[in-house]
Design a protein around this ligand. Structure first.
Ligand code: GLN
Length: 484
């Protein structure tokens, strides 16, 4: 059963080939035997999953099933789940039982999807390797000595390891796409505002966006149909009529104009990644797509701008973790100041502290104009670069990450090298555009991801372009050894 995609599972459930109870129990057994090797789940919610599966089977028997009723999924541990620990990968929230469901979680519950558990992640979604998690690093199922990417590394690894058919993720600077690439799965970061952020623990609010991770573009489209939609509890949620994200899956790519940013094809990309991207370009040419070079002149500034804007926003968002209202509280505080200082000092890990310090500095009275304001201006220029490019092309194509999965510990001592893992993904968040990563091949036995970037609200087009590729290639169907 676990070799099936979400679309195939939905059909099997509909045809009565399998029940949700059988399917959910099967995944829970796989988690029990296989997750120890990769540490991808922080919490497994087996009992609740089985209850939800029973309810899904009953709903189906009564003729009340929707498209995904009975398909179990996992949630990144950044989404609040009522009655279940929501840790955000941090000691700070190790004892936090969310009192309500995030909108995304509520939507999947309403769609009848049992929750298998909560997936491991970088602490407060800050990282590109999952090594900043309080619960220890996730290991890449393709090679357990290597990182799964981050911050949604747990979600990517459970999909790659067939420990869930699909999982939710969040992407502030690449955290859906980069781990999708490193694990050989498909993931999409929607247009900013498409998916509600309500109940999704905030890192950098103007960049954060939730999205689905699954094996195929078709599966991502089915999940996005559940996740996306206006939510009045999120003030940046976009008011647009609901859309069927599967509507362009069968649109041929013949005549599609694909832009290749010249800045993405210079130095910095590993030879193996470059070869795979070239092969994907050749595949699309074979399908009749046309390629045009595009210029994104400010893209080399995106990592620098992001590492001012994101820390600035996080320093403000994380002020709420003060040891008073919820989360970790230090032992025997002397007075209020001691309570604040020790609760935060003991509750947060080093990467989170580094970001809070950088952000607080950038926002301070003497430096605001020099750093924060400047970064915001660069952000605008980056968005304008894309707007100009999209006058000439329908989608933009490039690598997702400069290399395949690196070794655990390889970049932990050098934050700047780690930050460069997101060099191809970050500009998209600064501009608020939708983008996805899909598996496109292997280099030395490790998966390589291909990135597709679309204009605002063009998720359906992106998913169609990816689906057309996946119809003619096998990459998205391959499983890591030991997890087949
Ligand atoms: N790796 C980037 C960071 O550490 C992006 C993280 C994310 O998208 N959540 O900020």
């Amino acid at each position: 059963m676990h070799e099936k995609s979400i679309a195939e599972l939905a059909t099997a459930l509909k045809d009565g080939e399998v029940s949700s109870v059988e399917l959910t129990a099967h995944y829970l057994r796989r988690i029990e035997t296989l997750d120890d090797a990769i540490n991808a789940y922080v919490t497994v919610t087996g009992e609740q999953a089985m209850e939800a599966a029973k309810a899904a089977d009953e709903a189906r028997a009564q003729g009340n099933a929707g498209p995904l009723t009975g398909v179990p999924i996992a949630h990144k541990d950044i989404f609040c789940t009522e009655g279940t620990r929501t840790s955000c990968g941090s000691k700070m929230l190790d004892n936090f039982i969310a009192p309500y469901d995030a909108t995304v979680v509520a939507r999947f519950k309403a769609a009848g999807c049992p929750i298998l558990g909560k997936t491991n992640m970088d602490e407060f979604a800050m990282g590109s390797s999952n090594e900043t998690s309080y619960y220890g690093p996730v290991k890449n199922p393709w090679d357990t000595e290597r990182v799964p990417g981050g911050s949604s590394g747990g979600s990517a690894a459970v999909v790659a390891g067939r420990l869930a058919p699909g999982a939710t993720g969040t992407d502030t600077g690449g955290s859906i796409r980069q781990p999708a690439a490193l694990n050989g799965v498909t993931g999409i970061k929607p247009t900013y505002g498409r998916v509600s952020r309500w109940g999704m623990i905030a890192f950098a609010s103007s960049l954060d966006q939730g999205g689905p991770m699954a094996r195929t573009a078709e599966d991502c489209a089915l999940m996005l149909n559940v996740m996306a939609g206006f939510d009045q509890r999120d003030s940046t949620s976009i008011q647009r009529p609901d859309e069927d994200f599967t509507k362009r899956l069968n649109t041929p790519v013949k005549g599609l104009r694909i832009g290749l940013p010249k800045q993405f094809f210079g130095e910095g990309m590993d030879a193996g990644v470059a070869r795979v991207v070239d092969e994907a370009i050749a595949h699309y040419k074979g399908l009749g797509a046309e390629f045009v070079e595009v210029d994104l002149p400010h893209s080399d500034l995106s990592v620098a701008a992001y590492y001012v804007v994101a820390p600035a926003e996080c320093s403000s968002n994380l002020a709420r973790f003060d040891g008073v209202r919820y989360g970790y509280r230090c032992e025997d505080p002397k007075d209020l100041l001691d309570l604040y200082m020790r609760s935060r000092g003991e509750g947060f890990g080093p990467e989170v502290k580094r970001r809070i310090m950088v952000g607080t500095y950038a926002l301070s009275a003497g430096y605001f104009d020099a750093y924060y304001l400047k970064a915001q201006k660069i952000r605008r220029l980056i968005a304008e670069d894309f707007a100009t490019a999209f006058k000439d092309v329908d989608v933009i194509l490039g690598p997702t990450a400069p290399s395949t999965a690196f070794r655990l510990g390889e970049k932990t001592d050098d934050p700047v090298t780690m930050y460069l893992s997101d060099t191809y993904t970050i500009a998209v968040n600064l501009a608020g555009l939708p983008a996805m990563s899909l598996p496109a091949g292997f280099s030395d036995g490790l998966p390589v991801g291909l990135q597709l970037i679309g204009n605002y609200f063009e998720e359906a087009r992106l998913l169609g372009v990816a689906h057309q590729y996946q119809l003619g290639t096998e990459w998205c169907r391959m499983a890591p050894g030991g997890f087949e």
